[in-house]
Design a protein around this ligand. Sequence first.
Ligand SMILES: NC(=O)c1ccc[n+]([C@@H]2O[C@H](COP(=O)([O-])OP(=O)(O)OC[C@H]3O[C@@H](n4cnc5c(N)ncnc54)[C@H](O)[C@@H]3O)[C@@H](O)[C@H]2O)c1
Length: 364
Amino acid sequence: MVFIDADKSNYINYYNFIMDNNLLTLQGVICVDNSLFKAKVYLKDTTDSNGLALREFNQFIANDPRVEQVIVPLRDGISLIRRVSVASTHLLSQANITDDEVFRGVQGRSILNRMRLDGKVAYVTGGGQGIGRGFAHALGEAGAKVAVVDMDHTKAQAVVKELFLKGVHAIPIKADISKSDDVQRMVDTIVSKWGAIHIACNNAGINRNSASEDTSLEEWDQTFNVNLRGTFMCCQAAGRVMLKQGYGKIINTASMASLIVPHPQKQLSYNASKAGVVKLTQTLGTEWIDRGVRVNCISPGIVDTPLIHSEDLRPLVQRWLSDIPAGRLAQVTDLQAAVVYLASDVSDYMTGHNLVIEGGQSLW
Ligand SMILES: NC(=O)c1ccc[n+]([C@@H]2O[C@H](COP(=O)([O-])OP(=O)(O)OC[C@H]3O[C@@H](n4cnc5c(N)ncnc54)[C@H](O)[C@@H]3O)[C@@H](O)[C@H]2O)c1
């Protein structure tokens, strides 16, 4: 917003300076003070120089096709001038401009506006900390209402408090996504509270380490129950709601471990479960897209979260760094734009995709 006041006879010059130097973004607003100047702009025989300057200014704005204005008769008058996204047909043909969606924006919305998530309902599993917390904040900042789902309720509540401080509508839900009753209750709670689910981030996952010859069936089952079976149950329960709506975005968290075999840690069950998440994503992504539901996944490299602070993994950080072209671990903030992109309409043509964000590690 730009505010114009001061020398009335210079209002036109101030305005031209703003427009000629492109200081007003699309949908940006200029507020002009005193634009009715004690109603002198309406007096036919006025000789008041300020009244005459403002009359000329108001007419000048009314004739400018780049903007629209309202003059609010509040006290001395205040004008609100907004840059309009669509220039007049006359101007376009004069300047030989291609008048299409690239020029105007899809439905008149610029690219960043199209990535906004206002009015959308989202949930994030494993939202109580780490990557899920980063996703919950990103979706909330982009305008979505967010259900923060975690088996650790205290952590989910803490993230909801953070979101509340930023003006984001959020609720905590305690659920263990490896239990089908919990998954159904999570979905039912969100639908009964907000009436829909547009964005499902199935992010909760666990990592266990053991040499393959020692991997117990218990470890295998535990890992698969959360990482693959749990993710499937969430996709299915949220997917049923989305298929009925005819619209939805599912974003699963897989891992770089779906592509490469991270080393030197031994994590057979984790790697295999995450490869399963990618195939689950590809299959659902192709099966449901013609009914409006897109399913994609994000595969982070090594992210600095509590997941890698275990006794087994922490000592390996230095070793990993030499395998990462970017020369550092990922931060959860490195992943936030990707989830907003996949959650928004701009990515509607993308489905079954595995979006790898690993600082180049899988290429070395
Ligand atoms: N940190 C990494 O380096 C990394 C790399 C690639 C992929 N990932 C994946 O990203 C996801 C999030 O990882 P993170 O690093 O934020 O982990 P994290 O351990 O820091 O956080 C995981 C959260 O999920 C919750 N959770 C665990 N099991 C759950 C269950 N059964 N039901 C509900 N909530 C559950 C935990 O309470 C915790 O709050 C996981 O799927 C993980 O495999 C992590």
